[in-house]
Design a protein around this ligand. Structure first.
Ligand code: AMP
Length: 215
């Protein structure tokens, strides 16, 4: 199965993708994670993407579609893909169709996480992750059980994304509204979109996604 999780920054795409990975052995393909890894490694792609990401704008369609193609090639053909943060423009949606078709795959579901944008700035600016295992936390909603120690791996270093500040978040929201939200009708016309309330409790969101994937 190949699915897209669609929704504005902070909607919970990454968290829900992780849960699907754990439950179904699918693979999360997050272009944001791939780009952050490229920036950290100082690759040519990373050097090109760094300033764009810091401004909260979109990296070129060519770069992200190439990253997705490479990741799919590295996966076993029977492993399902969860696209998280991709596609983000009509051109990327078109590329994804070609990328999947070229690999004998097809898109089965698009899950749209519907959220109240006012709540997103608080969600995003409070989030941080374990620097060792990547488990996500939040200043207000999910602190580690023992302060300063990761629940999952015992790590004591945590990090925040440089683009998770209020100003950049506003640009990221504007990019979503202008360039990403308009791709939904492409998938609605194919009858593969399920809308899920992304403001519900995390477990309820997961249950709603699972139900959508069975339909
Ligand atoms: P994310 O982790 O999905 O919030 O992405 C973080 C940043 O990476 C975005 O604000 C963009 O600058 C860049 N980015 C991630 N995915 C894409 C994409 N599919 N197209 C263009 N830029 C992207």
């Amino acid at each position: 199965m190949n699915i897209i999780l669609l929704g504005p920054p902070g909607a919970g795409k990454g968290t829900q993708a992780q849960r699907l990975v754990e439950r179904h052995g699918m693979r999360q393909l997050s272009t944001g994670d791939m780009l952050r890894a490229a920036v950290k490694a100082g690759t040519p792609t990373g050097l090109e993407a760094k300033a764009v990401m810091e401004r909260g704008e979109l990296v070129s369609d060519e770069i992200v579609s190439a990253l997705i193609g490479d990741e799919l090639d590295a996966m076993g053909p029977s492993v399902g893909a969860i696209f998280d943060g991709y596609p983000r423009t009509a051109a990327q949606a078109e590329s994804l169709d070609a990328i999947l078709a070229g690999r004998g795959r097809k898109l089965d579901h698009v899950v749209e996480l519907e959220v109240n944008e006012d709540a997103l700035v608080e969600r995003i600016t409070g989030r941080f992750t374990c620097a060792t295992c990547g488990k996500g936390y939040h200043d207000k909603f999910e602190q580690p059980k023992v302060p300063g120690v990761c629940d999952k791996c015992g790590g004591t270093e945590f990090k925040r994304r440089p683009d998770d500040n209020a100003e950049t978040v506003r640009t990221r929201m504007a990019e979503y509204r202008a360039k990403t939200a308009p791709i939904l009708p492409i998938y609605e016309a194919r009858g593969i979109v399920a809308k899920v309330d992304g403001m519900a409790e995390m477990d309820d969101v997961t249950a709603a996604i699972e139900a959508a994937l069975k339909s």
